[in-house]
Design a protein around this ligand. Structure first.
Ligand code: 5GP
Ligand code: MN
Length: 338
């Protein structure tokens, strides 16, 4: 965060405020971890803070300290709307454009209060008074740590804040595996452990809470995987019928897309998941190396994200979406094979 933004943020926080902290729709560990870490910190500093999530998030994140206080806009719309309208300050975390909050967008765009953006996605939109955007960062949680550091508040990091931040760094770096993991990421993680983050326990709480039906769904997904060897690409499909067959619950497909990338030589891995309720196919893209799935998702699937991890959607059928995708892969053969 640059020094002008640090001054502006200090100024905004110099008197007690009503603050809303907002993660993106379908929040992941990084989004909800960053939001809850800010919630604990800001309340500790005498502000009146609430996290307002656009919708629900997976059970495997619900051990996080403060999770019971999170408002769900989809389920508690009038209370959440009121709170947003009465807030003096809004933090948005882990997203770069107000449209990423789904139906909550209509409420957010009408607010007069200042926004603070903390985010690591490319091409940030221009809505925030204080904008801390850095696509080189491993995670928004790492950036929340740097924000507290810049405010001279490292000493205020409690074990609860440390748990939340550690969880977000862990999930967004694929357990410190992705290229976005820097030596500084490790230093931050080490500091958080010293402040009480339960690293091994957190890993277990997030990754070792499978249900038998989720593992069977993974089996189905892996069975459905198509490998386009000629294009160094692998993709998985899951239809709504298949999800129903294995009692799909929110979060169950988290990480499935990464299996494609474990194949030697694969440059791009994709998963297409049918959502009959929303009438869309939700798509996750992953890549290794230079191939930008951010650009790919942005250009063809109304989405975006990072160079090596992005998401998007299609309003066509699963079959039509896959056929379109296969035509695009052909078109990008050069980039995927050289
Ligand atoms: P995932 O595939 O795990 O849902 O998301 C991967 C990355 O892409 C995350 O950083 C996420 O915020 C971003 N992302 C996922 N879906 C969308 C989308 O529909 N639009 C945009 N702009 N980004 C997305
Ligand atoms: Mn993130």
């Amino acid at each position: 965060m640059n020094s002008a933004d640090v001054r502006a943020l200090k100024d905004l926080l110099s008197t007690p405020k009503k603050i809303a902290v907002v993660p993106h729709k379908n929040p992941d560990g990084d989004a909800i971890g960053a939001a809850l870490a800010l919630y604990h910190f800001l309340n500790l500093k005498g502000h009146n803070t609430r996290v307002i999530s656009p919708n629900d998030y997976p059970e495997f994140l619900k051990w996080m300290p403060g999770t019971d206080s999170v408002l769900n806009f989809e389920k508690q719309e009038s209370m959440a709307s009121d709170l947003l309208k009465r807030s003096d300050l809004i933090f948005t975390v882990d997203f770069n454009d107000l449209t990423r909050v789904g139906d909550m967008y209509e409420t957010l765009k009408g607010l007069q209060s200042p926004f603070v953006m903390i985010d690591h996605h490319q091409s940030p939109a221009d809505y925030a008074t204080v904008m801390y955007s850095d696509p080189a960062m491993s995670s928004t949680c790492e950036m929340v740590f740097h924000t507290l550091d810049a405010l001279g508040e490292k000493g205020s990091i409690s074990s609860q804040i440390a748990d939340c931040l550690y969880a977000g760094i862990l999930t967004d770096t694929g357990s410190f595996k992705y290229a976005s993991t820097s030596s500084e990421t490790h230093r931050v993680a080490a500091f958080l452990m010293e402040k009480g983050a339960r690293s091994s326990e957190i890993h277990r709480l997030i990754f070792d809470t499978n249900t038998p039906s989720r593992l069977h769904l993974l089996g189905c997904a892996l069975n459905n995987m198509v490998i386009l060897e000629e294009y160094n690409t692998a993709y998985i499909t899951l239809s709504q019928d298949e999800l129903d067959q294995y009692q799909f619950r929110k979060g169950d497909t988290e990480g499935f897309v990464n299996y494609g990338l474990t194949l030697a030589g694969i440059r791009m891995a994709v998963i297409f998941i049918e959502n009959r309720d929303e009438g869309i196919i939700k798509i996750s893209f992953r890549s290794v190396g230079d191939f930008s799935v951010n650009e790919f998702a942005r250009s063809y699937f109304n989405g975006g994200g990072h160079t090596n991890a992005a998401g998007g959607r299609s309003e066509q059928t699963l079959e039509e979406t896959v056929a379109y995708f296969r035509s695009l892969v052909k078109k990008h053969k050069n980039q995927l094979t050289t």
